[in-house]
Design a protein around this ligand. Structure first.
Ligand SMILES: N[C@@H](CCC[C@H](N)C(=O)O)C(=O)O
Length: 269
């Protein structure tokens, strides 16, 4: 990845940022109501997310004003590509609450449409978009939960090379143009699902993926699981509740888990 180090010699602007994490999926949050960040500057997004030359994060989120709803959330992966992010949205709701833009209930706009969310104790509950279809590939599945997810149930997930296996699927003929996130899932003895995710746009394994665990929870209904499904990721625990409609449709999908402020700072660009 090509990035440039920050230069503090001739600062042109100061950006105040906040760092949040949702089960270890970490994000730079910026209040962009005054348009301090040029959202077409993808080199800046890459630079800010870089773990050695920048602040370091899986993604960057801009919170902007919206005419239609409480706020708009604009999500960038660390490589500058755009998508929808479940954990990022939960962190965005927590950040918007901190900014005083919303109370414990919020409605916001994202790249995949409008979302409702609420905060209860230390958990943020996020309503995901309805899922209209599940694609089946022998034992694997593909579900779009706002972002695209390939799901494979495996054994001995803890020992698996998720980066190598995930990258093969992400770069396969079927997906290489648009890319896909790849989730490896293993049922646990306690009736939960252990999920590890290779994320496109980060091009690495992340500690957790909200849209990914949502896809895994919906896919697990074909193995006899029912709502709510508890999921363990390397970064912590999430829950997905939903209603089923017919064979492969899901409505009222709620992803919930913690969304935590880590630190804040400022950077000259
Ligand atoms: N970590 C996210 C998903 C982020 C988007 C993904 N990498 C993509 O490009 O589709 C989540 O919590 O949902």
């Amino acid at each position: 990845m090509e990035v440039q180090a920050f230069s503090s010699d001739h600062p042109m602007a100061v950006i105040h940022f906040y760092k949040y994490q949702g089960t270890g999926n970490d994000f730079i949050m910026i209040d962009n109501r005054q348009e301090v960040v040029d959202k077409t500057d993808l080199a800046l997004v890459k630079q800010l997310c870089h773990r050695r030359y920048g602040i370091g994060a899986d993604g960057l989120i801009l919170i902007e004003n919206s005419q239609e709803t409480d706020f708009e959330m604009i999500y960038f992966n660390s490589d500058g590509s755009k998508s929808f992010c479940g954990n990022g949205s939960r962190c965005a709701v927590s950040f918007a609450n901190y900014l005083g833009m919303v109370g414990d209930n919020a409605e916001f706009k994202a790249i995949d449409g409008f979302h409702e969310a609420y905060i209860m104790q230390d958990q943020v509950f996020l309503r995901m978009r309805n899922v209209e279809k599940v694609e089946q590939f022998e034992e694997d599945m593909f579900i779009n939960t706002g972002s695209p997810h390939y799901i494979r149930f495996v054994k001995e997930l803890a020992a698996m090379d998720v980066v190598e296996e995930g990258r093969k699927i992400r770069n396969s003929e079927l997906y290489k143009a648009e890319g896909t996130n790849v989730n490896f899932v293993e049922p646990t003895q306690e009736g939960k699902l252990y999920v590890r995710t290779y994320e496109r746009g980060v091009e690495d394994e992340t500690l957790s993926c909200g849209t990914g665990v949502t896809a895994a929870a919906l896919a697990s209904t074909y193995l006899g699981y029912s709502s709510p499904v508890k999921l363990l990721t390397p970064g912590g625990q999430l829950q997905v509740a939903f209603k089923t409609k017919g064979n492969d449709q899901f409505t009222d999908i709620y992803l919930s888990g913690p969304a935590t402020f880590v630190f804040k700072g400022e950077i000259n660009i």
